[in-house]
Ligand binder design. Structure first.
Ligand code: BGC
Length: 369
């Protein structure tokens, strides 16, 4: 399947500069106007719709609460919905249509399936609403106005580098044997994470310094449908049976997020193998505990509080009839247009920097003491 997001190293570099931008929002590099805002604005107490995917990781649970509270605090009415666990696509399509019917002025969407929302976002545009893709891009439609997310390609690069660093720390010289996991194929982010990680890992695989024990390096082979823990655990179980008989060691596993990392660790421990270096993402409570206990090697801090706050800032700009702040106009081609984006910088976290990384997070900071 053709994938739609094209990233360049230059764009990643530019995104890395964003740390500075966060501190001085009026001077963000590359702030630009887009042709999507109509400049008219709308009433301050209007309805804002937020359609989120199923609760496949803690970040989505937190985002829902933060949107409800934050939008209300800003004076808006909020309609926050999650797709159900099984009929995710149909649920989300119906929820977005209903937000349009209720007259939502902005619809923020964390897509459950990137490519299945063209009809609904077109309805939204026709009704005069602004569409913001949140965390996950919506593909194959002109009708998405803005994209806001942590820099997904950078997330993948950080995961790939953490895997190498963690393995080197345990065994200075390769070859190291690894397995690769990726996220759900219907989430546009999955390929972006994987591509970022492979950009770092592939040169070592090509040199023979890293060996993928099962030989499964294609994203189709590594995918985890629905981002479900049980699917990752089953795949790890069968890889261990087929490719890690006897004393064969597994040095590392590229895991795209924390939920899957813990499932992979459960599988490896169940098979009686030594704990490999396993990456993650999302800074979930159980994974931060696991990192501090020396099991999971790394996670990524993508502070949901920041992402939601910046999304609400975007909504406020649109409400006033202003153009929201955009800092990337190159990276996210959704197949029909390059979506003007606001990207935040992700942070890699290992046991070494956890205390520092979570110092301002009341939930996670105590776990690092
Ligand atoms: C998000 C990740 C999350 C995954 C599963 C992705 O789109 O960017 O943070 O782990 O979905 O919920």
């Amino acid at each position: 399947m053709r994938r739609l997001v094209i990233r360049s190293i230059a764009a990643v570099g530019a995104a890395a500069l964003l740390t500075l931008g966060t501190a001085c929002s009026n001077e963000r590099e590359g702030s630009t106007s887009s042709d999507s805002a109509d400049g008219k604005g709308f009433a301050k107490d209007s309805l804002i719709g937020v359609a989120l995917p199923a609760k496949t990781s803690e970040n989505w649970v937190l985002a829902g609460d933060l949107f409800s509270d934050g939008l209300k605090d800003a004076g808006f009415k909020a309609d926050v919905q999650y797709a159900g666990a099984s009929t995710t696509v149909a649920d989300q399509q119906a929820q977005i249509s209903s937000m349009v019917t209720k007259g939502a002025k902005v619809i923020v969407i964390g897509a459950t399936d990137a490519s299945q929302l063209a009809t609904q976002v077109s309805q939204a545009k026709e009704a005069g609403a602004t569409v913001i893709a949140y965390d996950r891009l919506i593909t194959n439609t002109k009708d998405v106005d803005y994209y806001i997310a942590f820099d997904n390609f950078k997330v993948g690069q950080l995961q790939g580098q953490a895997l190498i660093d963690g393995m080197k720390a345990k065994k200075a010289k390769g070859p190291w044997t690894i397995e690769l996991f990726s996220g759900s194929p219907d989430d546009n982010n999955s390929k972006v994470f994987f591509d970022g990680a492979m950009e770092v890992l592939k040169p070592l695989i090509d040199k023979g310094d890293i060996v993928v024990g099962s030989g499964q390096t294609d994203i189709k082979q590594t995918a985890t449908q629905g981002w479900k823990a049980e699917n990752a655990q089953q795949r790890m179980d069968s890889l261990l049976t087929s490719a890690y008989g006897g004393k064969k060691t597994l040095d590392g596993v590229l895991s795209p997020n924390d939920t899957l990392a813990r499932a992979i660790l459960t599988s490896v421990k169940g098979a009686g193998k030594a704990v490999p270096v396993v990456t993650g993402q999302d800074s979930e409570v159980e994974s931060v505990k696991s990192i501090m206990a020396g099991e999971q090697y790394s996670t990524i801090n993508k502070d949901t509080r920041k992402l939601v706050a910046e999304t609400i800032n975007m909504v406020k700009s649109v409400q006033k009839g202003d153009k929201p702040t955009i800092n990337d106009t190159k990276s996210y081609d959704n197949g029909k247009k390059v979506v003007p984006s606001y990207l935040l910088p992700p942070v890699i976290v290992t046991k070494e920097n956890a205390a520092e990384a979570y110092a301002n997070d009341p939930k996670l900071a105590p776990l690092t003491k």
